[in-house]
Design a protein around this ligand. Structure first.
Ligand code: SF4
Ligand code: ZN
Length: 738
């Protein structure tokens, strides 16, 4: 290992620990030792301290202990005499740096306006960790890059970022080179930065890099089952991230004030040494000294002097990222990183649907001889006949045929059109069926994007993803108003028929359920059992989706499970399902009840959309969604509860669920069903109100909806109880829940 790096990293660690000490002293002087210290919306305290030290930092005074531990980890700055070519001391100094950075960044949260420029996002809460974590797990994101610094020109920055987005690589941004970060460059170029665009700017100071690492630390604890504060933790974290989280640090540009054979600052070296503890190597466009494989990892820790154009391919090789680039013949870039991008009114060339014109999409199965594969027709005006700023009608009719295709799969495929189309750069797509809304941006128009290209996208993606059930696809894009209106009538009928068929399907109608074990890659004992009336807890897989997924790939994450003998009709327990779960949970579970949250409930991995929890005082249950950051009537936030429910364990009284399950006829039916719902987070209640009201009407308890409290009525059990008594909530009259 290079002595320059060791010296710089250890010296940088000393500097960082000093900085933390000064910041802490000042803060304690101002606020006192008892002052509460916490990042917003996490159950992992200050994650770095929790993971490495097992310390639950709650008050400012606790940080004194963290600081002392960091000091113990600081190595001696090597001199000619005591220089040893081992990584150990540098790595420990790296951990000291991380602790110091966590102190500095968490203290910033005492000032609510500390994120000066409006694009900096700061700490990512546990809700984001859970919703984004699954993308790293199921391969939608092959890994992440943490970018420190900036490129010479804005054009280079845009090119680099577009390439990462196109490859679906999540990008964290922190730190600067000579005061400037790539986030400044992207903001100047009008590029949207947020989680949906896979671009996450944390902060301009190098210390903000800690947010990428405390994200990784929480992933390791949430998903990897790594116990906080064990001595082995450091090695396990490295192994976990080495195997599961394919990440790297990209250090761009030389610092003016750095030593001339060092090129970048001591603090950056120290932070890099911290990242190496996570198994995240550093790749740089400047000629900093390299660190080659040492036996802990089979790849280099630092590679440098890589040309900007080659930096992404080199990083992909280095971390063995599995990048899937879609080859679609359209004139704009394409990738999941563009999925969440909006097209604002000022940037719009033309639009379709929304509240501006009639538009819908429909995918239908056809006899094979009626489908000419690859044919895309535009019937009505093409883009050159359209006027800037106007709205036009649009009907996207997709006709498919295949020997193994079933009518049931139509909706599964049709629902993917949103994702497929919105992954094009400069194209906005929202909604489904007849509530779609599309925009083509001015830039996309300038690059040559046409209406026909919607067809090109759908055609290519459908063939890629569904090749085992689809043989032929043809697409007709109608932009002629009269035609669209006529076809819309047909579409309405199809939608209604489908709803009757699927909405009416019950668990009793089928002999097979489907399993999902996708989340076992991080929660190894968790199995979702998906039934027509209970979808997977992440909300992404219904029974039909799983059935289609199995047809498409017999060795994928979904398998049919014969129900077999029914052991408990009310609780929802079947012999074969038990046997299946026993095997797939690696022997940790012997049975489970599909319709009870009190007795042997289904397990949870970590990516549930909501948590349902018992409120003993109210003899009922509350349901909270993961975007709700406030306090709930059980005295815990979503994050705190999530920490207890996840990991593939059965936790009676708590279940992770998908939103659609709340309006299901089987919603905790063994525990008393919907009448038990006493509280829901307001936004969730609003979001699902149509379906929930319909269900309650069906069950003859239509008045219940207005009796369900939200945070506006109560945030603690006493207030909740008073409220429920006032309105005579039926749960109060029911049998005790346990
Ligand atoms: Fe994970 Fe269950 Fe969703 Fe499958 S259905 S991805 S196992 S949460
Ligand atoms: Zn999951």
């Amino acid at each position: 290992m290079s002595k320059i790096i060791a010296t710089a990293a250890i010296r940088g660690a000393h500097e960082m620990v000093n900085r933390a000490e000064m910041a802490l002293k000042a803060a304690i002087k101002q606020y006192g030792k008892e002052e509460i210290i916490a990042y917003p919306n996490t159950a992992y305290y200050l994650p770095i301290m929790y993971l490495f030290l097992g310390q639950q930092v709650k008050q400012m005074g606790d940080l004194n202990y963290s600081l002392q531990e960091a000091k113990k980890l600081l190595g001696n700055i090597p001199s000619e005499k005591n220089w040893l070519p081992y990584l150990g001391e540098t790595l420990d100094s790296g951990v000291a740096t991380l602790i110091a950075e966590e102190i500095i960044e968490s203290l910033k949260y005492k000032n609510p306006n500390h994120l000066k420029d409006d694009f900096w996002l700061g700490f990512s809460g546990d809700n984001i960790l859970r919703s984004q974590g699954i993308k790293l797990v199921d391969g939608r994101m092959p890994g992440f890059a943490a970018i420190v610094g900036c490129t010479d020109t804005n054009a280079q920055a845009v090119k680099l970022i577009r390439e990462l987005q196109e490859k679906n690589i999540l990008v964290f941004i922190a730190g600067n080179t000579n005061g400037r970060s790539i986030a400044h460059q992207l903001a100047e170029e009008g590029i949207e930065m947020n989680w949906d665009c896979f671009l996450v700017p944390y902060g301009n100071d190098i210390t903000a890099a800690i947010h990428a690492l405390n994200f990784a630390a929480r992933s390791a604890m949430t998903f990897g089952g790594i116990e906080a504060g064990t001595f082995k933790a450091t090695k396990e974290i490295l192994m976990y991230n080495n195997d599961r989280v394919h990440a790297f640090v990209m250090a761009l540009g030389a610092d003016k004030d750095a030593d001339k054979d060092q090129l970048i600052t001591d603090e950056k070296y120290a932070t890099a040494a911290g990242a190496i503890n996570f198994g995240f190597p550093v790749i740089s466009d400047v000629n900093i000294p390299q660190i080659l494989p040492t036996g802990i990892c089979n790849y280099e820790h630092v590679i440098s002097g890589v040309k900007l154009d080659e930096i992404i391919p080199r990083a992909i090789e280095l971390r063995d990222l599995t990048v899937k680039v879609e080859n679609i013949p359209i004139p704009v870039l394409y990738g999941a990183g563009f999925e969440g991008e909006r097209v604002r009114k000022e940037d719009m060339y033309v639009q379709f649907g929304g509240k501006y014109s009639e538009a819908f999409e429909l995918l239908l199965m056809k006899p094979i001889d009626e489908v000419e594969d690859g044919k895309i027709e535009v019937i009505g005006p093409e883009i050159e006949d359209m006027k800037e700023g106007e709205a036009y009608p649009l009907a996207m009719m997709v006709e498919v045929a295949g020997r193994d295709f079933q009518e049931d799969f139509e909706t599964v495929l049709e629902r993917r059109m949103h994702e497929f189309i919105s992954c094009a750069n400069g194209i906005f797509h929202m909604g489904q069926r007849a509530i779609i809304w599309l925009r083509i941006s001015k830039t996309a128009h300038k690059e040559g994007f046409r209406v026909k290209d919607f067809g090109e996208i759908v055609l290519a993606r459908m063939h890629n993803e569904f090749s085992s059930i689809l043989d032929r696809i043809q697409i007709k894009l109608y932009t002629d108003g009269a035609k669209v209106a006529e076809l819309h009538k047909l579409a309405r009928k199809v939608y209604a028929d489908r709803d009757d068929r699927i909405g009416g399907m019950t668990d009793e109608d089928v002999d097979q359920f489907y399993s999902c074990t996708l989340c076992q890659s991080y929660a190894p004992n968790h199995v979702c059992m998906i039934t027509p009336e209970r979808l997977g807890l992440c909300g992404a897989y219904t029974w039909l989706d799983s059935k289609a997924s199995y047809q498409i790939n017999k060795h994928g994450p979904n398998e049919p499970v014969d129900k077999g003998e029914c052991l408990e009709p009310v609780k929802g327990q079947w012999k074969n399902v038990n046997d299946y779960i026993a095997v797939k949970s690696n022997g940790t579970l012997s049975k489970f009840n599909a319709y009870s949250m009190m007795e042997d409930p289904m397990t949870s991995c970590g990516c549930f959309e909501c948590i349902a929890a018992i409120v003993p005082e109210a003899n009922g249950v509350m349901i909270v969604d993961r975007d709700f950051t406030g306090m709930t009537p059980v005295g815990m936030t979503f994050s705190t509860m999530a920490g207890q429910v996840g990991g593939g364990l059965q936790v009676p009284g708590f279940i992770g669920i998908g939103k659609l399950y709340i309006s299901s006829g089987k919603f905790i039916s063994a525990d008393g069903g919907h009448k038990r719902i006493v509280w829901m987070s307001r936004q969730l209640k609003e979001e699902i109100q149509d379906r929930l009201k319909e269900r309650l009407e069906k069950n003859g308890i239509g008045d219940l909806f207005d009796k369900i409290a939200t945070e506006e009525n109560a945030e603690d059990p006493d207030k909740l109880l008073t409220y429920l008594e006032q309105i005579s909530h039926p749960a109060l009259e029911m049998d005790p829940m346990f």
